[in-house]
Write a protein that binds this ligand. Sequence first.
Ligand code: CMP
Length: 140
Amino acid sequence: MNGKYTFSIIKPNAVRTGKTGPILSMMNEGGFEITAIKMVQMTLLQAETFYEVHKGKPFYDELVEFMTSGPVVVLILKHENAVEEFRRLIGATDPNKAEPGTIRKTFAVSVKMNAVHGSDSDENAVRESNFFFSDIERFR
Ligand code: CMP
């Protein structure tokens, strides 16, 4: 369980407020190599499918609405032990609990609008990467 790749999303609030550049810089400065990147706006159906593991949770509808509210930047990032190392760089889901210097502590405004997503396992990194990227859209 220590793969080389993880998947990330720069969320609509962060894109909308011009934080894409600073967040990409923090990813690079954190030692992550960007091996795939694009900007997309998810349809309702795409967001519902992407977040189907959260279906039934109290925040699900709000999450889907938020994630379709504007364009997002999706990425595949390369690093040794990528999933765990990236979760360390972004910090806790709740920005109030995130360590100083993490991406979420710096840019998140709430648990929902927490600036970035990072995969929580190698399996999900693969699933999420394949959801957004075809083979010719990514470098290895
Ligand atoms: P992320 O881990 O990227 O993917 C699931 C998202 O659900 C999470 O980020 C938060 O943005 C959102 N989320 C989790 N818990 C809550 C909550 N209690 N209220 C609102 N949104 C939440």
